[in-house]
Design a protein around this ligand. Sequence first.
Ligand code: GRF
Length: 191
Amino acid sequence: MSVKRIGVLVSGGGTNLQAIIDATLKGDINGEVVIVISNRKDAYGLERARIKGIRSEFVDYSDVDAYNKRVLELLIEEKVDLVVLAGYLKVVGKDIIGTYEDRIINIHPSLIPSFCGKGYYGERVHKAVLDKGVKVTGVTVHFVDEGTDTGKIILQEAVEVLDDDTIESLQKRVLEIEHKLLVKALRMLCK
Ligand code: GRF
């Protein structure tokens, strides 16, 4: 079975990207990360790629149409089979969605449809969870369509909210499940 070529889009620290890279290098996923793209020049995710000799590209987001055109060019150039949004904070351009229909996945740090959509990302998700006082939150991996966090759900896992949880303690516990669930989803999709 041919090894799937994975393209990863990041906007920040890239711990989800690192989990994917580590799993592919261990052979846990029948895939190879062939390019990492970010809208932020200083995204540590780009450095994580460089450390492993994986192509890393910063693309300037100041002109959104030019940005999305360039991202699509890079994905096609690297013959990417599967696109992963890993801590990526921009809306994916329509042409990319069209070209990679049902081949783009995203990881979101809540149980969609709760605490998702515009404005719900990163710590804001966990703040909303704590403010609402829910006892269970979790992680969702889903396909990306033209909406925000609206695509078909692939996997979910619950994470208990503890009475003394802070945004940081909750994010740390959720992030560990993100890493595990993203690798599990990729293992399934790259089989
Ligand atoms: C985290 O808040 C995570 O929940 C979400 O994106 C943020 C950064 O993730 N998926 P990463 O460390 O950049 O992968």
